[in-house]
Design a protein around this ligand. Sequence first.
Ligand SMILES: Cc1cc2nc3c(=O)[nH]c(=O)nc-3n(C[C@H](O)[C@H](O)[C@H](O)COP(=O)(O)OP(=O)(O)OC[C@H]3O[C@@H](n4cnc5c(N)ncnc54)[C@H](O)[C@@H]3O)c2cc1C
Length: 513
Amino acid sequence: MSELSQQTLVLTPEQAYEAAGKYRVVRRSVDARQRQLKVNLTLLLDDKGHPLPKDAPIPLYTPPVWQDVHNAPRHVHIIGAGPAGLFAALTCIEHGIKPIIYERGKPVSERKIDIAQLNRNVALNAESNYCFGEGGAGTFSDGKLFSRSKKRGNMQRVMELFHYFGAPDTVLYEAHAHIGSDKLPGIIRAMRECIIEHGGEIHFETCVDSLSPFNFHLSPLILAIGHSAHDTYRMLLDEGVALQQKGFAMGVRVEHPQSLINNLMYHLTGAADLIRYLGNASYSLVTQVEGRGVYSFCMCPGGHMVPATSSSDACVVNGMSASHRNSPYANSGIVVQINPEDIPLICQHEVINTQSPTAKLTNSEALAGLRLQEYVEHLAFEHGGAPAIAPAQRLADFVRGKRSANLPACSYLPGTRSSALHEWMPPFIADRLRQGFRDFDRKYPGFLTNDALILATESRSSSAVRIPRDPETLQSISHPNLYPCGEGAGYAGGITSSALDGINAALRIAAQS
Ligand SMILES: Cc1cc2nc3c(=O)[nH]c(=O)nc-3n(C[C@H](O)[C@H](O)[C@H](O)COP(=O)(O)OP(=O)(O)OC[C@H]3O[C@@H](n4cnc5c(N)ncnc54)[C@H](O)[C@@H]3O)c2cc1C
């Protein structure tokens, strides 16, 4: 950061809106704990102590220096072009190392067409969908860039790179910045063009189904596969790569009318004004039920619920928003924490080993959580009726244990089918969800309503597998020179932390002489 000083002001939303239109902001966060919402706005001051005007250059921004790696003596292979793989590749280029990326999915513009087909419930392309393809799982998302944990490394650098490739200025200062699914594809395309222009390679529609072609004793291999490539985890296990079970979470996605959430979060009076200054309201909810966390995840104000499956016999939902977050709906995952020791208990109840269609594939302990995910996703598929049709229930009906006679309109394009989720979801999850919704309603009376809808299943909020690595070298504990990183390695969750993990892996490689 430069020598320029900063000043943090506590303002009303209206004052903050006006100040942000005039001055260079370093950080903005909304304090919604009080009935009267406040905005903390940190401004940059010039050497005379006056706020810098908005159009002054961004002093904290160091543009990247790209190297020509066409004929670079060193190269790195990268599996996966999600945030972890792309940011690893960009960091390699900054350090004069040639990245060669293999991505099972398609370039972002072709991927859009497959996603449109899925949303119309015409067809699922198992290799090109919301999870797989250029930009990874984060491309068609809300693009929330939340994690600012300093412990993981230089988070500001991730924001700067997003900004460099076209994200708005807000990503440099907003505490809860987001980009939006309409802007992300262009940013991802710009990253690819930069990688190729400087001598890197990207091979699309290339699914790596064995590690044997890679001689990673000669050149390092970065494994940035995300957490949805279950076939790739199975391949890694078969080829002797160390894998471990990891705690994860599962539940449903809930959708309310956005106006209802605005009223609850902005305390009814003045909601219309606050929307103008702060945008549609979001929420973050957490409670404990019988020793396990129940919490909101990936809340998308003004967003859409989307089909996030990559398999034709599974129903998985998630959420996204465009940059303006202006749909009439507010959706969020509401998930229950599942620890490794819970899995035998849940499986015992469900007799998973005899019922799960995937159980026969492996009995590995390391993949037990993954099999449980698949089991519940398959149940949801059976109750939905087609890969993208989601089983759904009105929220208050779910909590009261009543099938919904009809369903309200919602943002989920492929379609919904009324289903008694409380009857078929594993009770470990369903019972905690029901109590969790009651707790949320105590905090925000009106949250638990039949105007809200829940869809199953929200099962990919975090990885159920870890690919353990040495904390110093970041190399696999079983395979030297193999760098598991990002969400699929179990060391990150979300776009920013996965991107940062990719940067860290590349930096370790660059530091090797
Ligand atoms: C709909 C949706 C909305 C989301 N919204 C947000 C949000 O707003 N904010 C947020 O922080 N996070 C969000 N997430 C989560 C976020 O996208 C992930 O945490 C993040 O993308 C993980 O990055 P990654 O690079 O580790 O893995 P991924 O993004 O999953 O990328 C992995 C890539 O590897 C490829 N791959 C896998 N196996 C192979 C193989 N064998 N060979 C070749 N290629 C392979 C895949 O095709 C994929 O493109 C969302 C996710 C979804 C699905």
